[in-house]
Every structure is written in C-alpha cells, then in structure tokens.
Ligand binder design. Structure first.
Ligand SMILES: Cc1cc2nc3c(=O)[nH]c(=O)nc-3n(C[C@H](O)[C@H](O)[C@H](O)COP(=O)(O)O)c2cc1C
Length: 381
C-alpha cells in the first residue's frame, strides 16, 4: 500500500489562488475524502458538509477581515504584535507586514478563492463528536486537495466567536439558532498562486510525544533532552553547593562518553577538532560550531549556536549558579588528550547568550609541558 506520508509532509496552507475554477470532479473528490473520515452513524453528509459557496465569497472575506482585524488592532495597540515580528529587520517591510495584519487583510483571502467549503455540523440528538468528526473530514479534504495539486487553507478564526458564527450562518442562509447547526470552519481551495517551497517547520517528535512503555507506566520522557538537562541542572547546583569554585575542576569527563563512542580521526589539532565537530553536529547536539586557536596556540575558542544544553545553562544561571559544565567542549578537549597526547586542558571561561542562542567557550589547551607559563594577552587574539 502506498505511504501517504509524502502527501502529509509536503502539504502547506495556501492562501493565494489563481482565478481558474476548480473542476467539479475535483470538488467531488475532495468531498469524497471528507466522507471517508466521517463515522458510520453520521446520518446525513449533506447536513454536515454544507453548501459549496460560490456566490457569497465577498461577504465571507469581509467577515474574516473584520473579525481578525478587530482582534489584531487591539493586539497591535497592546504592543504584543510588534514584539512577535521583531525578526523582520527592515522597518519598512515590518510596518507593511504589521499593517497587513491589523487591517485584517491577512484573513481576507477567501474572497479570492475559487472554492470555499463551509464545514457545518448538525446538532442532532446524541451528537457529541461533531467538531472532532468534522476536523478529521477537513484534514482529509486538505490532503486530497494537495495530492491533486490544489492549494487549500483551513480557516477557523473568522467564525470563532458566537456572533461571527451567527453572521456566517446568515450568509449561508441557514438557521442561526444555537441548537441546530454548529459552524466548525470553512476551507478555501484553489490553484496555488504562491510559491511556498517548504512546509512550515514543525516541532520534533521528541518535543511533541509523551511515550509510555508497554506496562503503561511512564517510560521514555516526552522530551528526553529536557529531562537530561533538568537532571544536569540539579546535579550542577548540588555539586556547586558542595564544592563552590572547586566544582568546575571535577567535571571534565562529563560528556566524553559520547565522543569516545565515535570514531574520531585526525593527526593534527585542527583535524581532531574538526572530526569532533562533525560528529557533534551530526548528532544534533549543536547546530553550528566555529573554532579558533590563538594565544600562542594555547587559547581554543569555541563559538556555538543552538546547543541542546543551552536551556540548562540558562536555568542554572537563573538559580544563581554560573554555568560551569560544557559537555561539548569537554568532548573536544578529551579527544585532544586521547588522540594527540595533549598534556592537559582546561575550560577557562563560558559566556552564554540566551537571547541569541550563542555560547562562547574559551579553553586553554597545552600540547606539551613547555607551553605552561607562556603568557600573552588573550583579548588581542
Ligand atoms: C484548527 C485550525 C484553524 C485554523 N484557522 C486558520 C485561520 O483562521 N486563518 C488562517 O489563515 N489559517 C488558519 N489555519 C491554518 C494554520 O495557520 C496553518 O495550518 C498553520 O499555520 C500551519 O501551517 P501549514 O498548514 O502550512 O503547515 C488553521 C489551522 C487549523 C488546524
């Protein structure tokens, strides 16, 4: 049987459409996909998947603009929206994006969609699963649309409040009371007129899944990295409490098991460091690492971005302890000793910037005894 994962992982919300109509056989296919998500006891599909709206698109677009614009205007006035968009550096572009949002235009796109399917549940007696059944139907429609080359977007915001849902029912000319029909969402479809090459980034499985083992007890932890960091924070706190500034002298082996389990090769300092960096990055422990050797070849500076241990450092700092264990630096220093016979190594300084996700770890690496005592100004490189 064909694996549908390709269709799932390449689907993305499309909000701009070409004016060309969606052929009827495609509409039927989309509705058929919805039908297969619905449970047997569902009485009447016609009741559940209401009108394929062709004439009322402008009214729906307006409803969406006012609904989302009213919320976003307030969000902007509170300053929260600006904060979320600080990543857009160009002030003109940022202002343009913000205006697009608070004017509500961002949500108006349905008016240009050649096809909108309103998804409305019938509140028949005993109907308890309506939103869930219909959400499954929506997902099936999105996937079918994507698999036949159409773009689509699930839209709930404009019909989320009771009043807006009522207005939506008025547009569709269906009873507006609360006891008969429940508006779940509408879905806009059309031929894509926007190039979104990649689906939106999603969280990793580790962040999303809470595993249980076969006995039903808590097994693997939802986020193993967080669990590991939490353990480390507790240990580092306790250790520091016991030994204060002597604690950093005791932890040079923390982290080395990982690197010792890999095949690190190289016959020069640079070769060994690069080989370690490759393994560390490949394992997903740090996204980016740059290194620099200076200070009469005693100073090794590692600049890292998005290290999995960064949350540990941040938490530790909040609890009043200056972070002192860098498992990543320990790995590299360990391999210099193990593979090249370095005399000794020492982590001299750790600087962590929680906001940028960067850390800078400065170590002293002594290839041989003669280097000990050779001083220079490390700030000058
Ligand atoms: C329950 C639900 C409600 C949504 N409502 C809206 C909406 O009101 N307006 C909109 O533009 N997109 C809406 N979306 C689409 C999401 O913004 C979109 O799925 C999300 O950003 C992830 O992007 P992707 O679909 O490209 O992976 C909705 C999606 C879901 C699942």
């Amino acid at each position: 049987m064909a694996d549908i994962l390709d269709v799932i992982t390449t689907r993305k919300s499309i909000r701009r459409y070409k004016p060309d109509p969606v052929p009827e056989e495609m509409i039927n296919k989309i509705l058929e996909a919805a039908r297969w998500a619905l449970p047997v006891r569902t009485i009447n599909l016609g009741d559940l998947l209401s009108s394929v709206i062709l004439k009322q698109k402008n009214k729906i677009g307006r409803l969406a603009r006012i609904g989302s614009g009213s919320r976003m205007t307030a969000w902007y006035c509170l300053g929260d929206m600006q904060e979320r968009f600080t990543k857009i550096e160009d002030p003109v572009r940022r202002a343009e994006v913000l205006r697009f949002m608070y004017s509500g235009e961002v949500s108006e796109f349905a008016k240009n969609a050649p096809l909108i399917i309103a998804v409305i549940g019938t509140l028949m007696e005993g109907s308890i699963d309506v939103p869930y059944d219909l959400s499954a139907a929506i997902e099936n429609m999105l996937l079918e649309a994507h698999s036949i080359g159409l773009g689509a977007c699930w839209v709930h915001g404009p019909v989320a409040t009771t009043r807006d849902a009522k207005k939506f029912k008025e547009i569709l000319d269906i009873p507006t009371g609360m006891g008969e029909y429940k508006v779940i969402a509408y879905v806009a479809f059309g031929w894509p007129a926007e190039e979104r090459k990649h689906p939106r980034p999603k969280k990793s499985l580790d962040e999303l899944v809470y595993w249980r083992n076969s006995e039903g007890r808590k097994g693997l932890i939802m986020n193993k990295m967080q669990y590991c960091n939490d353990l480390m924070v507790r240990m580092e706190e306790l250790f520091y409490h016991e030994l204060s500034d002597c604690a950093p002298f005791k932890v040079e082996l923390v982290g080395v098991d990982f690197i010792q389990s890999r095949e690190i090769k190289g016959d020069s300092t640079e070769g060994i460091i690069q080989s370690c960096i490759r393994e560390i990055k490949e394992a997903g422990l740090v996204k980016e690492i740059e290194y620099n050797i200076s200070g009469m070849r005693i100073k090794l500076e590692l600049r890292m971005k998005d290290c999995v241990h960064l949350p540990k450092e941040a938490r530790l700092r909040r609890s009043g302890v200056k972070p002192y264990i860098c498992p990543i630096a320990n790995m590299i220093l360990d391999q210099l000793i193990e593979k090249l016979g370095y005399e000794t190594t020492y982590i001299a300084r750790m600087d962590i910037d929680e906001e940028t996700g960067e850390c800078k770890v400065c170590s002293a690496i002594y290839e041989n005894e003669e280097q000990i005592g050779k001083v220079c100004n490390w700030h000058e490189g």
